[in-house]
Design a protein around this ligand. Structure first.
Ligand SMILES: [Zn+2]
Length: 275
């Protein structure tokens, strides 16, 4: 068990104390590492501007929002990974807990029907930015990898259990693009831990990928098969989301009263019964 990622503790960045009577938080046995985005602006207009001062300001704003608007006991997440690659502790005591192989009951990944359970018993990482279409900078990605390596190692979590918020809740978080990069995040973490998995194992752990024109892979095959089963013709079941598949998705969307944008996201997935 080792934890080598550098984390600025809540005490060190001057976080507000948790609400009276809520601290210390209940210790939990973590099973996942859960990736989020803060839905803030991306560089060059990022809230933290890549600095420590900016990172602290962002952490404080998020904590105030969680405590004052959401009425939570403390920051809902366990860690914040900023654009400058700086990692700040969220909920007080998170760092101590994970160093001992535990987590803290937190409030970042509530469970919706048909989704994974107990997300709030596992460490949640907020990544500054919005990753629907924006690609995280290398610096921020590297600190995310480092943090995941440390969490998996010290809490004995398999890299295959690095998940996205959307695996637990009906949300776009952590953004389509970052979610689609989870297989490579799992792979890089596994490599650093000296573990090996097949590409299929790495990919199968991301069931809620948003698919659109140009998407490829086994998730597209599943979609095409299901469209065929429902008598919408996507063309060949070949794992390539081409124009025929897009036409079929649009036709399906119209048939269930959804906007026919041809994008296979969470609403279309749910209607098609593929969640
Ligand atoms: Zn989230």
């Amino acid at each position: 068990m080792s934890f080598t990622a550098r984390v600025v503790t809540a005490a060190a960045w001057g976080a507000r104390p948790p609400k009276p009577g809520t601290f210390p938080f209940q210790m939990t046995i973590p099973r996942y590492v859960i990736v989020h985005h803060t839905n803030n602006q991306n560089p060059p207009n990022d809230a933290s501007r890549g600095t420590l001062e900016g990172a602290i300001k962002l952490a404080r704003n998020i904590q105030n929002f969680h405590m004052d608007d959401n009425d939570w006991s403390d920051s809902g997440h366990n860690f914040l990974n900023t654009t400058g690659g700086l990692i700040l502790e969220g909920r007080h005591g998170s760092l101590d807990a994970v160093k001992k192989g535990f987590c803290l009951q937190s409030a970042h990944a509530g469970q919706d029907p048909g989704k994974l359970a107990n997300g709030n018993q596992s460490p949640g990482i907020e990544n500054e930015g919005n990753f629907m279409t924006f690609q995280m900078s290398e610096k921020q990605w590297e600190s995310l990898v480092e943090l995941c390596v440390s969490l998996c190692d010290s809490c004995n979590i398999t890299p295959l259990n690095i998940k996205g918020h959307r695996d637990f809740s009906n949300t776009d978080c952590p953004g389509d693009l970052l979610y689609s990069q989870l297989p490579s995040l799992r792979k890089q973490v596994a490599d650093k831990l000296g573990m090996q998995f097949t590409p299929q194992q790495l990919e199968n752990e991301s069931p809620f990928v948003t698919l659109r024109l140009g998407s490829t892979g086994s998730a597209v095959i599943k979609l095409q098969q299901r469209l065929r089963d429902r008598r919408f013709n996507p063309g060949a079941v070949d794992g390539l989301f081409g124009e025929n598949t897009e036409v079929a998705v649009k036709a399906f969307q119209r048939s269930v009263g959804l906007e026919d944008d041809g994008i296979f996201g969470i609403n279309t997935r749910t209607k098609l019964g593929l969640s």
